[in-house]
Write a protein that binds this ligand. Sequence first.
Ligand SMILES: Cc1ncc(COP(=O)(O)O)c(C=O)c1O
Length: 336
Amino acid sequence: MPGAEDKRVFFTNSGTETVEGAIKLARYATKRDKMVAFYGCFHGRSMGALSLTASKSTQRKGFGALLSGIEHIPYPYAYRCAHGHTAETCGAEILEQLEGQIFKRLFDPEDVAGIIIEPIQGEGGYVPAPKFFLQELQRICRQHGIMFIVDEVQSGMGRTGKWWACEQAGVEPDILCSAKGIASGMPLGAIIARESVMRWKPGAHGTTFGGNPVCIAAALATMDLIESEYKENASRMGEYIFGRLADWTKKFKIVGDVRGRGLMVGIEIVRDQRTKEKAADLRNLIVDLAFHKGLLVLGAGENTVRLSPPLLIDQEQADFAVRTLEDCFREAEKKI
Ligand SMILES: Cc1ncc(COP(=O)(O)O)c(C=O)c1O
């Protein structure tokens, strides 16, 4: 994790549990209770984590009142930027909203324990936040003593070509949430925090299976592989795949946007490139067609195809994926 200060780690059993613990840690460390999160972000489904999640209403429907004291603000989504900004500049108005509206009308910043963000939105559609946005968010957090929390459950562990996606922006979070790829499929998560932040007293937080020897052994083996080969491979193969997709907004009229970093590749499907009308049905069709042709891809957001291959993918496999997707996109395009 970036930053000169030593870190402490609390091991959990999932991403959700990691975020849940991060909420508690931010509250414990700051003695404050308010939090700010972003629309479109997914942080898990336990009552605390779900209170931060603002991805799909089905995930909240039927579960009643959640944690109070949480406000959501828009995520900087450049392709659909309300102010016409680019992928580098989208989000200035959101920061103004945070400082000018949330901090003035709802929460005094001195009551805010943490601001949590996915540096690249995962479930929300593989949307990267601009570098300046993460840097400014960190500045605002530091200014008010707010914990800057990044959720790297999906974007971390070498997937973007760095250990953590937030490193691309040069930021140093106070608390970082990790899970998913951390132990190659074994159930493990980690809350990683600056030493001066993770100072809870023995018994304040705990779990039976967190940090069990089998999962830790799997994580150590995984980390060796990421460090020695896979981080570099994710960067190289990511560049290769993005290179092959570079002209897809020209090649396919249903492709609105191709975005992401490393091996986090999002392709947004639209009915019309001009109006950007979301084509969820075509996206779902593409996911199905790909499945029947032997390629597993997932949807993300309402209308984005996500490619999230294993970090050891080679060029032959990447070529198969791109070729197969080309066939699927051609077939889907006939439907409009
Ligand atoms: C960014 C992010 N945070 C948290 C979670 C929750 O992780 P888990 O499913 O391991 O509880 C996910 C899962 O998709 C995620 O993508």
